[in-house]
Design a protein around this ligand. Structure first.
Ligand SMILES: [Zn+2]
Length: 94
């Protein structure tokens, strides 16, 4: 029983602290801890869910935020987006 799959792609650098991010996960495939290329993930997501858009993400170890990659099935293109922790979880409580 798994919770997500790994997505293998080239590492990216956190735009805030410069830390290399090299672990990416997705919950849109079979969620069996498979190691997938983004293309394989798109294929698995189609077999699992049909015509959905697909997402995977990689978090910065320093809790700056995360890169999100979303695949638009209609346009057949990937979009890269960096979301800060504030984008993800709202303003910090202090
Ligand atoms: Zn960072």
């Amino acid at each position: 029983m798994g919770m997500f799959d790994w997505v293998e792609r080239k590492p990216v650098k956190c735009p805030i602290c410069g830390q290399e991010i090299n672990e990416f996960q997705s919950k849109d495939g079979f969620k069996k801890l498979l190691k997938l290329t983004p293309e394989q993930l798109v294929e698995d997501a189609y077999r699992m869910w049909g015509e959905i858009d697909v997402e995977y993400y990689g978090y910065c170890d320093n809790h700056c935020g995360a890169f999100y990659y979303t695949y638009n099935r209609k346009k057949r293109e990937w979009k890269e987006e960096f979301l800060t922790n504030e984008d993800l979880y709202g303003p910090k409580e202090s």
